[in-house]
Every structure is written in C-alpha cells, then in structure tokens.
Design a protein around this ligand. Structure first.
Ligand SMILES: Cc1cc2nc3c(=O)[nH]c(=O)nc-3n(C[C@H](O)[C@H](O)[C@H](O)COP(=O)(O)O)c2cc1C
Length: 407
C-alpha cells in the first residue's frame, strides 16, 4: 500500500461541493451518536474503528490525560459519539500505599494551549503542562473507573484504565511486583464490580517525562521494561487483562522506536500497542506535541514497516491527530484507531461547529470537513484506487488491514 497522500483529496467537484454543504448544514447540529450510521447511509463509508480488540463507533478516541478525569467528562464524550476513552494515568502502588513512581503523582492544573512550529515551518498546536499522573488517592481512581464502566457500556464506547507501573532505574534493580499485583487486582476488581464487559482494558503508560528521566538513559534497561512489564501484568493474579502498551518517544534515533516495538512483537500478553507518546524537550523540561510529533511517529512506523514488511498488529496511534487526513496517514501505517488530546482543547474558533460539546465540535471537524475530514479522505482513497468497496461499502478498517500489502 502506498502511504504518501496528496495535499488535497482528489475528488470530483460535485462530491466536493456536497461535502462542503453538509459540513455547513450540520455545524450547529452535529450528528454525534448517529455519525457512523449517517456516514454509512449517506456516503457508503463505514467509519468504525477498533480499540483493544473492540469495535468502536468512530476511530477517534480520547487519549489519557486531563480530559478524562471525571465521570462527567466520560459521559459527555459518550453523548458526543466518541469512539473510546482512556482515563488519566494512575500511579501504581502496593497494599501499603508505597509507590516506586511516586515522583509522577504531582499536582498541577494549569495547561496552556499554544501554537508550535516544526523545523520545516509546519505550524500546529501543543499543550504545555508540567503535571504528570493522577494526584489524588488510588481509591478515588477506582471510583472513577467504577463510574465510567457503566457509562461506557450504555453507549457502546470502550473505556480503559491507564497505569504507570514501577520501572527499575537500572538493569540490576528488581521490579516491585507487589505494586503490579495490588494495582492490577484492584483495577480488575473495580471493573468486575461495575459489570465491565470482557477483560479490563489497561494501558501501561510510558510517558515523555519518563523518556526525559535518567532511568531511560540505558537502551537495554528500556527494552527490559518492555519485555518484562507485560509478563508482570499477566502474572499479577488479576485474571485476564486486555493490556495495551503505550510506547514512549525515547531520546534516541528513530531506529530505537522500532527496537521498542520489536521488543513487544510476539508477546501474547500484549493485546494492543499505542504509538507513540509525546516528545520531551530536555532544555525546557517539558513534553510537547504538534507537527514534529506527528512527523516522528509516522517516520518511525515507516521504518518498522520497512524492516518487517507489515505494521505492528493491533495498533492504536496518538500524536497530532487534528484531521481525518492525519488519521488516514496513521491507518496507512496500521492504526485501527487514533487517540487525541490536543485537538479536543483548541480555542473554540478553531472548530466550525458552535455545539456546546467540544468533543462533538471536534468530531464534526474530524469526520465531515470537506478537505481534511475522514469521509473526504476515504472517498479519495477509493478514487485513487488505494481501497475498494466490500459489500458496496468502503471500510475504514480496510485501510489498516491492507497497510502491509504491496498494491
Ligand atoms: C495535558 C496532557 C496530559 C497528558 N497526560 C497523560 C497521561 O496521564 N497519560 C498518558 O498516557 N498520556 C498523557 N498525555 C499524552 C496524551 O495521552 C497523548 O498521547 C498525546 O498528547 C498525543 O496526542 P495529541 O497530539 O492529540 O495531544 C497527556 C497529554 C497532555 C497534553
């Protein structure tokens, strides 16, 4: 499958003007929970994605962070028609409350949404924030999970917990497996209490601040984490877990991103992988995103495909997803869904829709925009002969499933 998209979707003028008209007419009344059905009926495009092995209404979900810390946020996303939600990252602890990664539980509320430019002059957005993980008691995180699970079930929107488990600072330091056991068991119990469907979904967060920490200086140590963490979660005595590993952007070259994904290959304990968390600016001591993050992630996935002939299986992508076009760029590299934080935080003027729900306004942009939206680009892929209809329908998930093929 080719991967370099043209700047504009090559569509007949008639289609282009219909898309533009629908984008306008739907702006004040976004389709929210009817989005998938509408796209299917109106355009013959199935925009369903897949997250943690579950089908999602749309391929766009909320990435772990400050926008998934309360049941109200989860409910608003469910009503807006979002695909899935990953809750904020909690720091693992043992049964006495000891936390090897306590330095990541710091309180910080202030976020700044700022313009950022890539070296090549492309401009975009980043969120500047000095906080880290969940800074309230672990018990309150379990309450959040118990409240989120039924909301998710009611709206057919998978929800996931996110955990920062203990990671040893050097190769001779052992893992604190008591933290893995206590935390995973507690999350699994909360999931079951709330009648969660199937196994609990847990993402293991390897964050940019971790990438900037001295414990990530040793490549061998980082690769050891990736090989051991899935075994520790599986061996936690919590029953089956649908584990996702959210791989960081390390301070090394692109080839090391491939090495990290390689470390996860063939591990039955890993249900899915998330590529890749934000970049880290050592000088300023802050994480950042924007176009440089998107470029780095796409490049690293290209390098993986070049060496394997196929993308990583069960892939969820994150990083500068601000359009349906960018979602397609990730799908052409194997992504079955995309996790977004920054695009849900832009100033209101950045969205055409004035809808009260920012998530709904963002989805309207991501799916319906006549030049950057998912439908326009699905139709464009068909027009270019990159995908074909099945049963009379173009399927978003076919883009990722054909990502390794040579036509
Ligand atoms: C303010 C903020 C807080 C975040 N907190 C977390 C977190 O707790 N756990 C995590 O795995 N990722 C966290 N992230 C990373 C996001 O989940 C996401 O992967 C990343 O920002 C890239 O997506 P974006 O370009 O759409 O922002 C955070 C990002 C931001 C901007």
């Amino acid at each position: 499958m080719r991967r370099k998209l043209p700047a504009q979707p090559p569509l007949p003028e008639r289609v282009r003007s219909q898309l533009a008209e629908e984008f306008e007419t739907r702006a004040d009344d976004p389709l929210t929970t009817n989005l998938r059905e509408w796209a299917l009926e109106r355009w013959g495009v199935d925009i369903a994605g897949r997250y943690a092995g579950r089908r999602t209404r749309v391929p766009f979900g909320k990435a772990s962070g400050q926008l998934s810390m309360t049941p109200q946020q989860v409910e608003a996303d469910a009503l807006a028609g979002l695909g899935f939600v990953v809750l904020k990252t909690v720091i693992a602890q043992d049964n006495t409350g000891e936390r090897g990664m306590a330095a990541w539980a710091i309180h910080e509320t202030h976020m700044r949404v700022e313009r950022i430019e890539d070296q090549d002059g492309t401009s975009g957005w980043t969120v500047t924030w000095r906080g880290r993980g969940w800074d309230k008691p672990f018990s309150s995180y379990l309450r959040l999970l118990r409240a989120a699970v039924p909301i998710a079930a009611e709206h057919d929107m998978p929800v996931a917990a996110s955990v920062k488990y203990h990671l040893p600072a050097s190769s001779d330091e052992p893992f604190r497996d008591t933290e893995y056991r206590y935390t995973t068991q507690a999350i699994a119990a909360a999931w079951r209490d709330a009648a969660g469907k199937g196994a609990p979904i847990i993402e293991k967060d390897f964050s940019p601040t971790l990438a900037g920490d001295a414990r990530s200086d040793e490549r061998a140590n980082v690769l050891r984490w990736l090989r051991e963490v899935p075994r520790l979660v599986e061996g936690a005595g919590a029953g089956p877990v649908d584990l996702g590993v959210k791989v960081m952007n390390a301070q090394f070259e692109d080839a090391f991103q491939v090495d990290m994904l390689n470390a996860l290959e063939g591990m039955p304990q890993v249900r899915f992988r998330v590529a890749f968390n934000r970049l880290f600016d050592q000088e300023r001591g802050i994480a950042y995103g924007g176009p440089a993050l998107g470029r780095r992630n796409l490049r690293a996935l290209d390098a993986f495909i070049a060496s394997h002939g196929a993308p990583p299986a069960n892939l969820s992508c994150t990083g500068d997803i601000h359009s349906g076009r960018r979602m397609i760029e990730y799908a052409l590299r194997g992504a079955e869904c995309g996790q977004i934080h920054t695009f849900f935080q832009l100033p209101r003027a950045a969205y055409r829709s004035g809808c009260a729900s920012r998530t709904a306004a963002a989805l309207h942009e991501l799916v319906l925009h006549p030049e950057h939206g998912l439908i326009a680009w699905m139709l464009a892929l068909s027009e270019m002969g990159w995908i074909e209809k099945r049963d009379g329908v173009l399927h978003f998930l076919d883009v990722s499933s054909h990502a390794g093929s040579q036509h």
